[in-house]
Design a protein around this ligand. Structure first.
Ligand SMILES: Nc1ncnc2c1ncn2[C@@H]1O[C@H](COP(=O)(O)OP(=O)(O)OP(=O)(O)O)[C@@H](O)[C@H]1O
Ligand SMILES: [Mg+2]
Length: 297
């Protein structure tokens, strides 16, 4: 899949003063204890990430390395902090006034939370797709052209629109109706449009928060096929409640759970992180086993 049609390569994110090079994986993988096998360069390393909403700790001590050109699945019961952690990877939590993120999220050797990093730049590199397809009330064409225009691209967007729609496996279905309203598409098509929209600013990572939970099985299968195609060019982190989906598409899986804090509120954390087949067939923690076999959650 070619990305040569990309016209809007984002500016590199400004380097941090620390200029951190991704460290050995030895200290970040498998719940912090040992390196997972055969991971290439990590696209992200979360180091001791804690997230508070107001004065309440919601997610604690997340240490994960996510592989480049891999699909990493985040699974676990409701409220364990999957969405909260996912939003740390493109600074979307900045948009929630009460949220406070501590720790480091290293992306291409740079801490995304370093003071000089511009969150808008981060979101150009790290795109996001949400649970419910959320196209703008605009034409299919303008949905795709919106992001590149926001980041300053001028003039004809035909090539950008076609390239993004092709990469999202939607071009053939919509090429004759580009000027029609996106709300006239099916739910599955709308979700692929949202994926195309996220790709239009040439990110290298896609974050997907339960991208198929509002879709029928056929649309879900199309998105899963698309994810497997996209990982050749992108790195993907997906939150899913669908165990089969995690098993089908992901290379590695992190299992989160929640514990009750002394003060009575619930705090999410990672129990186990490993290759997906290990998590599903031979997990090392009984809580993971209970969850993936449906005994809990
Ligand atoms: N905007 C917010 N303000 C305050 N608390 C929040 C906010 N968003 C999430 N939380 C809290 O943080 C914790 C983790 O929530 P989060 O939505 O990340 O969980 P999740 O694993 O994605 O759950 P689900 O599977 O239901 O989507 C929960 O206790 C939740 O109530
Ligand atoms: Mg969630």
């Amino acid at each position: 899949m070619s990305r040569s049609g990309d016209v809007t390569q984002p500016e590199p994110i400004k380097a941090t003063t620390s200029g951190t090079v991704p460290a050995s994986l030895a200290d970040v993988a498998r719940d912090g204890s040992e390196a997972p096998k055969q991971m290439g360069a990590p696209i992200f390393e979360a180091r001791d990430v804690n997230v508070h909403y107001g004065d309440k700790l919601a997610v604690r001590d997340v240490r994960l390395a996510m592989g480049e050109h891999e699909i990493t699945a985040l699974i676990g019961p409701s409220g364990c902090g999957k969405s909260t952690f996912l939003r740390c990877l493109n600074r979307m939590n900045d948009l929630i006034p009460s949220a406070k993120v501590d720790g480091e999220v290293i992306y291409h050797g740079q801490d995304l939370y370093a003071s000089e990093v511009d969150p808008v730049q981060v979101r150009k590199h790290v795109g996001m797709v949400f649970q419910k397809p959320n196209p703008f009330p605009k034409s299919i064409y303008d949905n795709i052209a919106f992001g590149p225009r926001v980041v300053g691209m001028k003039g004809n967007m035909d090539d950008v629109v076609e390239s993004a729609l092709r990469r999202a496996a939607l071009w053939d279905e919509v090429k004759d109706r580009l000027k029609t309203n996106a709300f006239g598409m099916s739910g599955g098509q709308q979700q692929r449009l949202c994926i195309a929209r996220a790709l239009a600013t040439s990110p290298d990572v896609l974050l997907m928060d339960e991208p198929c939970s509002a879709l029928d099985p056929i649309s879900t299968a199309r998105i899963e096929d698309l994810m497997l195609e996209l990982k050749k060019d992108y790195s993907i982190v997906i939150v899913t409640h669908n165990m089969q989906q995690a098993a089908r598409v992901s290379d590695r899986t992190a299992f989160f759970t929640v514990d009750l804090a002394d003060e009575g509120h619930r705090i999410g954390h990672v129990v186990e992180f490993d290759q997906t087949d290990t998590i599903f067939s031979n997990p090392s923690d009984s809580r993971t086993e209970d969850y993936v076999t449906g005994k809990f959650g």
